[in-house]
Design a protein around this ligand. Structure first.
Ligand code: HEM
Length: 423
Protein backbone atom coordinates (compact mmCIF):
# COMPACT_ATOMS: atom_id res chain seq x y z
CA UNK A 1 0.00 0.00 0.00
CA UNK A 2 3.01 2.25 0.51
CA UNK A 3 3.24 2.94 -3.20
CA UNK A 4 -0.26 4.45 -3.16
CA UNK A 5 0.30 6.73 -0.21
CA UNK A 6 0.98 9.90 -2.15
CA UNK A 7 3.83 12.29 -1.57
CA UNK A 8 5.35 13.41 1.71
CA UNK A 9 6.81 11.44 4.58
CA UNK A 10 4.63 8.92 6.40
CA UNK A 11 5.26 8.72 10.16
CA UNK A 12 6.66 5.44 11.45
CA UNK A 13 6.08 3.59 14.72
CA UNK A 14 8.81 5.51 16.59
CA UNK A 15 7.20 8.82 15.60
CA UNK A 16 4.00 7.73 17.35
CA UNK A 17 5.47 7.27 20.80
CA UNK A 18 4.82 9.64 23.68
CA UNK A 19 8.60 9.98 24.03
CA UNK A 20 8.49 12.02 20.78
CA UNK A 21 7.66 15.57 21.95
CA UNK A 22 6.06 16.42 18.59
CA UNK A 23 3.67 13.51 18.92
CA UNK A 24 2.82 14.33 22.55
CA UNK A 25 2.16 17.96 21.71
CA UNK A 26 -0.07 17.21 18.75
CA UNK A 27 -0.76 13.53 17.98
CA UNK A 28 -3.12 14.43 15.13
CA UNK A 29 -0.28 16.12 13.22
CA UNK A 30 1.42 12.69 13.00
CA UNK A 31 -1.72 10.60 12.57
CA UNK A 32 -3.11 12.85 9.81
CA UNK A 33 -0.47 11.89 7.18
CA UNK A 34 -0.75 8.25 8.27
CA UNK A 35 -4.40 8.23 7.23
CA UNK A 36 -3.24 8.64 3.62
CA UNK A 37 -1.60 5.28 4.13
CA UNK A 38 -3.96 3.44 6.49
CA UNK A 39 -2.19 0.08 6.13
CA UNK A 40 1.39 1.20 6.51
CA UNK A 41 4.34 -1.19 6.57
CA UNK A 42 6.86 0.78 8.60
CA UNK A 43 10.33 -0.30 7.44
CA UNK A 44 12.19 0.75 10.59
CA UNK A 45 10.08 -1.03 13.24
CA UNK A 46 8.89 -3.74 10.79
CA UNK A 47 5.39 -3.19 12.21
CA UNK A 48 2.27 -2.74 10.12
CA UNK A 49 0.38 0.31 11.38
CA UNK A 50 -3.40 0.17 11.00
CA UNK A 51 -5.13 3.50 11.40
CA UNK A 52 -8.52 2.69 9.87
CA UNK A 53 -11.30 1.75 12.32
CA UNK A 54 -12.45 -1.21 10.20
CA UNK A 55 -8.96 -2.75 9.95
CA UNK A 56 -8.15 -2.15 13.61
CA UNK A 57 -11.43 -3.68 14.73
CA UNK A 58 -11.00 -6.65 12.44
CA UNK A 59 -7.57 -7.64 13.76
CA UNK A 60 -8.57 -7.03 17.39
CA UNK A 61 -11.56 -9.32 17.08
CA UNK A 62 -9.75 -12.08 15.18
CA UNK A 63 -8.80 -14.52 17.92
CA UNK A 64 -6.66 -16.59 15.55
CA UNK A 65 -4.02 -13.83 15.68
CA UNK A 66 -1.13 -14.20 18.14
CA UNK A 67 0.04 -11.95 20.92
CA UNK A 68 3.29 -13.16 22.45
CA UNK A 69 6.21 -11.12 21.09
CA UNK A 70 8.42 -14.24 20.80
CA UNK A 71 6.25 -15.18 17.79
CA UNK A 72 6.87 -11.85 16.04
CA UNK A 73 9.41 -11.23 13.26
CA UNK A 74 12.69 -11.32 15.29
CA UNK A 75 13.89 -8.17 13.51
CA UNK A 76 10.85 -6.16 14.62
CA UNK A 77 10.92 -3.73 17.51
CA UNK A 78 8.03 -5.60 19.12
CA UNK A 79 10.07 -8.84 19.26
CA UNK A 80 13.21 -7.10 20.45
CA UNK A 81 11.95 -5.01 23.30
CA UNK A 82 10.44 -7.99 25.06
CA UNK A 83 13.36 -10.32 24.27
CA UNK A 84 15.55 -8.44 26.73
CA UNK A 85 13.47 -9.64 29.67
CA UNK A 86 12.72 -13.22 28.70
CA UNK A 87 12.27 -15.60 31.64
CA UNK A 88 14.47 -18.74 31.93
CA UNK A 89 13.62 -21.25 29.15
CA UNK A 90 12.26 -23.91 31.53
CA UNK A 91 9.58 -21.50 32.87
CA UNK A 92 6.08 -23.00 32.29
CA UNK A 93 4.15 -21.04 29.60
CA UNK A 94 1.58 -19.72 32.07
CA UNK A 95 4.33 -18.27 34.26
CA UNK A 96 6.30 -16.44 31.57
CA UNK A 97 4.10 -13.37 31.61
CA UNK A 98 0.63 -12.24 32.56
CA UNK A 99 -2.35 -12.80 30.24
CA UNK A 100 -1.49 -9.47 28.60
CA UNK A 101 1.14 -11.17 26.41
CA UNK A 102 -0.12 -14.75 26.45
CA UNK A 103 -1.63 -16.91 23.74
CA UNK A 104 -4.25 -19.65 23.75
CA UNK A 105 -4.68 -22.17 25.31
CA UNK A 106 -2.95 -20.80 28.44
CA UNK A 107 -4.51 -17.38 27.94
CA UNK A 108 -8.02 -18.80 28.08
CA UNK A 109 -7.22 -21.17 30.96
CA UNK A 110 -5.98 -18.31 33.14
CA UNK A 111 -8.18 -15.45 31.97
CA UNK A 112 -11.52 -17.29 32.34
CA UNK A 113 -11.47 -17.84 36.15
CA UNK A 114 -9.82 -14.46 36.78
CA UNK A 115 -12.39 -12.64 34.67
CA UNK A 116 -15.30 -14.45 36.32
CA UNK A 117 -14.15 -13.56 39.84
CA UNK A 118 -13.03 -10.03 38.97
CA UNK A 119 -16.17 -9.05 37.08
CA UNK A 120 -18.34 -10.33 39.92
CA UNK A 121 -16.36 -8.11 42.32
CA UNK A 122 -16.59 -5.07 40.03
CA UNK A 123 -20.34 -5.61 39.75
CA UNK A 124 -20.60 -5.14 43.53
CA UNK A 125 -17.87 -2.52 43.89
CA UNK A 126 -19.85 0.69 43.56
CA UNK A 127 -20.25 1.48 47.31
CA UNK A 128 -16.58 0.77 47.89
CA UNK A 129 -15.48 3.02 45.02
CA UNK A 130 -17.83 5.79 46.07
CA UNK A 131 -16.27 5.63 49.54
CA UNK A 132 -12.75 5.84 48.07
CA UNK A 133 -13.74 8.86 45.94
CA UNK A 134 -15.54 10.67 48.79
CA UNK A 135 -12.50 10.21 51.02
CA UNK A 136 -10.17 11.60 48.34
CA UNK A 137 -12.47 14.56 47.59
CA UNK A 138 -12.83 15.26 51.32
CA UNK A 139 -9.03 15.39 51.55
CA UNK A 140 -8.75 18.30 49.09
CA UNK A 141 -11.98 20.13 49.95
CA UNK A 142 -10.32 23.00 51.83
CA UNK A 143 -7.76 23.73 49.14
CA UNK A 144 -7.90 26.60 46.65
CA UNK A 145 -6.14 24.77 43.83
CA UNK A 146 -4.68 21.31 43.30
CA UNK A 147 -2.81 19.16 40.82
CA UNK A 148 -5.72 16.83 40.11
CA UNK A 149 -3.45 14.09 38.76
CA UNK A 150 -1.32 13.78 41.90
CA UNK A 151 -4.05 14.42 44.46
CA UNK A 152 -6.99 12.49 43.01
CA UNK A 153 -6.47 10.69 39.71
CA UNK A 154 -3.41 8.69 40.87
CA UNK A 155 -4.55 7.57 44.35
CA UNK A 156 -8.18 6.73 43.54
CA UNK A 157 -7.58 3.77 41.17
CA UNK A 158 -4.82 2.43 43.44
CA UNK A 159 -7.02 2.56 46.53
CA UNK A 160 -9.97 1.08 44.64
CA UNK A 161 -8.01 -1.93 43.36
CA UNK A 162 -6.39 -2.41 46.78
CA UNK A 163 -9.82 -2.65 48.38
CA UNK A 164 -11.06 -5.07 45.69
CA UNK A 165 -7.99 -7.28 46.09
CA UNK A 166 -8.16 -7.25 49.89
CA UNK A 167 -5.01 -5.28 50.76
CA UNK A 168 -5.25 -4.08 54.38
CA UNK A 169 -5.50 -0.33 54.95
CA UNK A 170 -2.32 -0.28 57.00
CA UNK A 171 -0.39 -1.63 53.99
CA UNK A 172 -1.88 0.92 51.59
CA UNK A 173 1.11 3.24 51.51
CA UNK A 174 3.51 0.40 50.63
CA UNK A 175 0.99 -0.97 48.11
CA UNK A 176 0.83 2.42 46.44
CA UNK A 177 4.63 2.66 46.27
CA UNK A 178 4.87 -0.82 44.72
CA UNK A 179 2.10 -0.07 42.24
CA UNK A 180 3.72 3.15 41.11
CA UNK A 181 7.17 1.52 40.71
CA UNK A 182 5.83 -1.53 38.84
CA UNK A 183 4.35 0.73 36.18
CA UNK A 184 7.93 1.49 35.12
CA UNK A 185 7.99 -1.99 33.51
CA UNK A 186 5.63 -0.64 30.85
CA UNK A 187 8.40 1.56 29.49
CA UNK A 188 10.62 -0.40 27.08
CA UNK A 189 13.16 2.46 27.26
CA UNK A 190 13.47 2.42 31.08
CA UNK A 191 16.86 3.09 32.66
CA UNK A 192 18.81 0.47 34.64
CA UNK A 193 17.88 2.32 37.82
CA UNK A 194 14.17 2.23 36.94
CA UNK A 195 14.43 -1.44 36.06
CA UNK A 196 15.90 -2.35 39.44
CA UNK A 197 13.31 -0.20 41.24
CA UNK A 198 10.50 -1.93 39.33
CA UNK A 199 11.95 -5.39 40.02
CA UNK A 200 12.30 -4.68 43.74
CA UNK A 201 8.70 -3.46 43.86
CA UNK A 202 7.48 -6.53 41.93
CA UNK A 203 9.24 -8.83 44.37
CA UNK A 204 7.78 -7.02 47.37
CA UNK A 205 4.29 -7.05 45.86
CA UNK A 206 4.53 -10.73 44.91
CA UNK A 207 5.64 -11.48 48.48
CA UNK A 208 2.64 -9.59 49.78
CA UNK A 209 0.27 -11.52 47.48
CA UNK A 210 1.80 -14.80 48.71
CA UNK A 211 1.16 -13.76 52.32
CA UNK A 212 -2.39 -12.71 51.49
CA UNK A 213 -3.09 -15.99 49.69
CA UNK A 214 -1.80 -17.99 52.67
CA UNK A 215 -3.91 -15.90 55.03
CA UNK A 216 -7.06 -16.34 52.90
CA UNK A 217 -6.50 -20.11 52.75
CA UNK A 218 -6.61 -20.10 56.54
CA UNK A 219 -9.63 -17.77 56.70
CA UNK A 220 -11.51 -16.55 53.67
CA UNK A 221 -12.49 -12.87 53.36
CA UNK A 222 -14.70 -10.80 51.09
CA UNK A 223 -12.05 -10.01 48.44
CA UNK A 224 -10.55 -11.05 45.10
CA UNK A 225 -7.56 -12.85 46.62
CA UNK A 226 -10.02 -15.12 48.48
CA UNK A 227 -11.96 -15.66 45.24
CA UNK A 228 -8.82 -16.78 43.43
CA UNK A 229 -7.60 -19.20 46.09
CA UNK A 230 -11.13 -20.61 46.31
CA UNK A 231 -11.28 -21.00 42.52
CA UNK A 232 -7.97 -22.84 42.65
CA UNK A 233 -9.14 -25.09 45.50
CA UNK A 234 -12.35 -25.73 43.54
CA UNK A 235 -10.37 -27.11 40.56
CA UNK A 236 -9.47 -24.07 38.41
CA UNK A 237 -6.13 -25.09 36.88
CA UNK A 238 -4.02 -22.17 38.14
CA UNK A 239 -0.64 -22.17 39.85
CA UNK A 240 0.13 -19.74 42.68
CA UNK A 241 2.60 -17.92 40.43
CA UNK A 242 -0.03 -17.57 37.70
CA UNK A 243 -2.45 -16.04 40.19
CA UNK A 244 0.18 -13.62 41.47
CA UNK A 245 1.37 -12.56 38.01
CA UNK A 246 -2.17 -11.82 36.93
CA UNK A 247 -3.22 -9.99 40.08
CA UNK A 248 -0.15 -7.85 39.46
CA UNK A 249 -1.31 -7.33 35.86
CA UNK A 250 -4.48 -5.74 37.22
CA UNK A 251 -2.33 -3.02 38.75
CA UNK A 252 -0.02 -2.66 35.78
CA UNK A 253 -2.87 -2.54 33.27
CA UNK A 254 -5.32 -0.65 35.37
CA UNK A 255 -3.87 2.06 37.56
CA UNK A 256 -2.17 4.49 35.22
CA UNK A 257 -4.77 4.06 32.50
CA UNK A 258 -7.64 4.90 34.84
CA UNK A 259 -5.66 7.84 36.22
CA UNK A 260 -5.28 9.15 32.67
CA UNK A 261 -8.96 8.61 31.88
CA UNK A 262 -10.05 10.57 34.95
CA UNK A 263 -7.66 13.47 34.32
CA UNK A 264 -8.44 13.67 30.59
CA UNK A 265 -12.18 13.55 31.31
CA UNK A 266 -11.94 16.47 33.74
CA UNK A 267 -9.77 18.46 31.33
CA UNK A 268 -12.06 17.91 28.35
CA UNK A 269 -15.17 18.86 30.33
CA UNK A 270 -13.55 22.01 31.71
CA UNK A 271 -12.39 22.94 28.21
CA UNK A 272 -15.90 22.43 26.82
CA UNK A 273 -18.24 24.40 29.09
CA UNK A 274 -21.32 23.63 26.98
CA UNK A 275 -20.74 19.90 27.42
CA UNK A 276 -20.09 20.39 31.13
CA UNK A 277 -23.37 22.29 31.42
CA UNK A 278 -25.16 19.32 29.83
CA UNK A 279 -23.54 17.01 32.36
CA UNK A 280 -24.50 19.26 35.27
CA UNK A 281 -28.08 19.42 34.01
CA UNK A 282 -28.26 15.66 33.59
CA UNK A 283 -25.71 13.79 35.76
CA UNK A 284 -26.65 10.53 34.01
CA UNK A 285 -24.56 11.88 31.11
CA UNK A 286 -21.42 10.97 33.09
CA UNK A 287 -21.39 7.64 31.23
CA UNK A 288 -21.44 9.47 27.87
CA UNK A 289 -18.65 11.79 29.08
CA UNK A 290 -16.52 8.77 29.93
CA UNK A 291 -17.12 7.10 26.55
CA UNK A 292 -16.38 10.30 24.65
CA UNK A 293 -13.17 10.81 26.64
CA UNK A 294 -12.15 7.22 25.86
CA UNK A 295 -12.80 7.83 22.18
CA UNK A 296 -11.13 11.19 21.87
CA UNK A 297 -8.29 10.91 24.37
CA UNK A 298 -8.04 7.19 25.12
CA UNK A 299 -5.27 6.34 27.60
CA UNK A 300 -3.80 3.61 25.32
CA UNK A 301 -2.57 4.63 21.87
CA UNK A 302 -2.15 1.22 20.26
CA UNK A 303 -2.24 -2.52 20.86
CA UNK A 304 -0.48 -5.29 18.91
CA UNK A 305 -1.35 -8.63 17.35
CA UNK A 306 0.86 -10.94 15.28
CA UNK A 307 -0.02 -12.60 11.96
CA UNK A 308 -0.26 -16.40 12.53
CA UNK A 309 0.19 -17.04 8.78
CA UNK A 310 -0.19 -14.99 5.61
CA UNK A 311 -2.90 -12.38 6.20
CA UNK A 312 -4.46 -9.94 3.75
CA UNK A 313 -5.28 -6.43 4.91
CA UNK A 314 -6.16 -3.53 2.64
CA UNK A 315 -5.22 -5.50 -0.48
CA UNK A 316 -1.75 -6.44 0.73
CA UNK A 317 -0.60 -9.77 2.17
CA UNK A 318 1.63 -9.92 5.24
CA UNK A 319 3.74 -12.91 6.29
CA UNK A 320 3.50 -15.02 9.41
CA UNK A 321 5.11 -13.19 12.34
CA UNK A 322 4.33 -9.67 11.10
CA UNK A 323 3.43 -7.42 14.05
CA UNK A 324 0.12 -5.70 13.31
CA UNK A 325 -0.52 -2.62 15.41
CA UNK A 326 -4.09 -1.39 15.83
CA UNK A 327 -3.68 2.38 16.27
CA UNK A 328 -6.56 2.88 18.69
CA UNK A 329 -6.32 6.63 18.80
CA UNK A 330 -6.34 6.94 15.02
CA UNK A 331 -9.19 4.42 14.67
CA UNK A 332 -11.25 6.28 17.26
CA UNK A 333 -11.00 9.43 15.18
CA UNK A 334 -11.56 7.76 11.82
CA UNK A 335 -13.71 10.29 9.89
CA UNK A 336 -15.38 7.43 7.98
CA UNK A 337 -16.90 6.24 11.26
CA UNK A 338 -17.09 9.26 13.56
CA UNK A 339 -18.51 12.43 11.97
CA UNK A 340 -16.55 15.53 13.00
CA UNK A 341 -14.14 13.19 14.77
CA UNK A 342 -12.09 15.74 16.73
CA UNK A 343 -15.15 17.22 18.45
CA UNK A 344 -15.89 16.36 22.09
CA UNK A 345 -19.60 15.67 21.98
CA UNK A 346 -21.59 14.02 24.77
CA UNK A 347 -24.55 13.47 22.43
CA UNK A 348 -22.53 11.34 20.03
CA UNK A 349 -24.17 8.07 18.95
CA UNK A 350 -23.03 5.33 16.65
CA UNK A 351 -20.09 2.96 16.47
CA UNK A 352 -18.38 1.99 19.72
CA UNK A 353 -14.82 3.23 20.25
CA UNK A 354 -11.90 0.79 20.43
CA UNK A 355 -10.17 2.25 23.50
CA UNK A 356 -10.34 -1.09 25.32
CA UNK A 357 -9.17 -3.18 22.35
CA UNK A 358 -11.26 -6.21 21.45
CA UNK A 359 -11.60 -9.98 21.14
CA UNK A 360 -9.88 -12.43 23.47
CA UNK A 361 -7.47 -9.77 24.82
CA UNK A 362 -10.00 -6.98 25.27
CA UNK A 363 -9.44 -5.07 28.49
CA UNK A 364 -10.47 -7.16 31.48
CA UNK A 365 -10.75 -4.00 33.59
CA UNK A 366 -13.01 -1.97 31.28
CA UNK A 367 -16.05 -2.18 33.58
CA UNK A 368 -13.99 -1.07 36.58
CA UNK A 369 -12.35 1.81 34.71
CA UNK A 370 -15.74 2.99 33.45
CA UNK A 371 -17.29 2.75 36.91
CA UNK A 372 -14.47 4.66 38.60
CA UNK A 373 -14.40 7.39 35.96
CA UNK A 374 -18.17 7.76 35.84
CA UNK A 375 -18.49 8.02 39.62
CA UNK A 376 -15.54 10.38 39.78
CA UNK A 377 -16.90 12.81 37.19
CA UNK A 378 -20.33 12.85 38.84
CA UNK A 379 -19.07 13.30 42.38
CA UNK A 380 -16.26 15.72 41.55
CA UNK A 381 -18.38 18.19 39.57
CA UNK A 382 -21.15 17.90 42.13
CA UNK A 383 -18.79 18.57 45.04
CA UNK A 384 -16.97 21.46 43.33
CA UNK A 385 -19.61 23.43 41.41
CA UNK A 386 -17.24 26.32 40.66
CA UNK A 387 -14.16 24.34 39.59
CA UNK A 388 -12.17 25.92 36.76
CA UNK A 389 -9.08 25.40 34.64
CA UNK A 390 -6.35 28.03 35.09
CA UNK A 391 -4.11 28.79 32.10
CA UNK A 392 -1.33 26.19 31.94
CA UNK A 393 0.98 24.43 29.50
CA UNK A 394 0.01 20.77 29.45
CA UNK A 395 2.83 18.28 29.90
CA UNK A 396 2.09 14.75 28.71
CA UNK A 397 3.57 11.65 30.25
CA UNK A 398 6.39 10.24 28.11
CA UNK A 399 5.46 6.57 28.49
CA UNK A 400 5.39 5.03 24.99
CA UNK A 401 1.96 3.82 23.95
CA UNK A 402 0.09 5.75 26.63
CA UNK A 403 -1.58 9.13 26.66
CA UNK A 404 -1.97 10.97 29.92
CA UNK A 405 -1.23 14.27 31.59
CA UNK A 406 1.70 14.61 33.99
CA UNK A 407 -0.20 17.29 35.90
CA UNK A 408 -3.57 19.01 35.74
CA UNK A 409 -3.91 22.20 37.74
CA UNK A 410 -7.50 23.00 38.72
CA UNK A 411 -8.91 25.82 40.83
CA UNK A 412 -11.48 24.13 43.03
CA UNK A 413 -13.61 26.98 44.33
CA UNK A 414 -15.79 26.48 47.41
CA UNK A 415 -16.96 22.89 47.91
CA UNK A 416 -20.56 21.84 48.40
CA UNK A 417 -20.64 20.11 51.74
CA UNK A 418 -23.30 17.44 51.63
CA UNK A 419 -22.18 15.01 48.92
CA UNK A 420 -25.00 13.17 47.21
CA UNK A 421 -24.65 9.70 45.77
CA UNK A 422 -23.79 9.59 42.07
CA UNK A 423 -26.70 8.79 39.71
C1 HEM B 1 -9.33 3.63 30.99
C2 HEM B 1 -8.70 2.62 31.47
C3 HEM B 1 -8.16 1.49 30.64
C4 HEM B 1 -7.85 1.44 29.31
C5 HEM B 1 -7.99 2.54 28.27
C6 HEM B 1 -7.37 0.10 29.05
C7 HEM B 1 -6.98 -0.34 27.81
C8 HEM B 1 -6.59 -1.64 27.54
C9 HEM B 1 -6.22 -2.12 26.23
C10 HEM B 1 -6.23 -1.30 24.95
C11 HEM B 1 -5.88 -3.42 26.37
C12 HEM B 1 -5.41 -4.36 25.24
C13 HEM B 1 -6.64 -4.86 24.52
C14 HEM B 1 -6.35 -5.59 23.25
O1 HEM B 1 -5.17 -5.80 22.90
O2 HEM B 1 -7.33 -5.93 22.55
C15 HEM B 1 -6.04 -3.77 27.76
C16 HEM B 1 -5.79 -5.01 28.29
C17 HEM B 1 -5.79 -5.28 29.63
N1 HEM B 1 -6.20 -4.43 30.64
FE1 HEM B 1 -6.91 -2.57 30.42
N2 HEM B 1 -7.38 -0.60 30.21
C18 HEM B 1 -7.88 0.19 31.21
C19 HEM B 1 -8.11 -0.15 32.52
C20 HEM B 1 -7.83 -1.38 33.06
C21 HEM B 1 -8.11 -1.76 34.43
C22 HEM B 1 -8.86 -0.90 35.44
C23 HEM B 1 -7.59 -3.01 34.59
C24 HEM B 1 -7.59 -3.91 35.80
C25 HEM B 1 -7.93 -3.53 37.00
C26 HEM B 1 -6.99 -3.41 33.33
C27 HEM B 1 -6.34 -4.59 33.10
C28 HEM B 1 -6.02 -5.07 31.85
C29 HEM B 1 -5.46 -6.40 31.61
C30 HEM B 1 -5.08 -7.44 32.67
C31 HEM B 1 -5.33 -6.53 30.22
C32 HEM B 1 -4.82 -7.74 29.45
C33 HEM B 1 -6.03 -8.56 28.96
C34 HEM B 1 -5.65 -9.71 28.06
O3 HEM B 1 -4.65 -9.62 27.34
O4 HEM B 1 -6.37 -10.73 28.08
N3 HEM B 1 -7.17 -2.39 32.43
N4 HEM B 1 -6.48 -2.67 28.46
Amino acid sequence: MDGECGSGPIPGFLDLLAANPDYSRDPEAQLGPLRRCPVHRDPLSRHVLLSRYADARRILNDDSLWRHPSRADPESIFARFVAVRSPPPDTPPGERSSILLMDAPDHRRIRAPLQKAFHARVFRARPLIEAVIHEALGGVAGRAAIDLVAELAIPIPIHAIAAILGVARDRLLEFRQWSEAIILTLNPFRSAEEESRAQAAAEALHGHFRELMAARRRASADDLVSDMVEAQAGGAPLSDTEIILNLTALLVGGNLTTTDLIASGVRLLLEHPAELRKLRADPALAAAAVEETLRLEGPVDFTPRIAPGPIEIGGETFDEGTPLFALLRAANRDPEVFPDPDRFDLSRRGAPHLAFGGGAHSCIGAALARLEARLFLSLFFERFPAVSLPPQAFAWRRLPGFRGLERLEVVLGPPRHRPRSAP
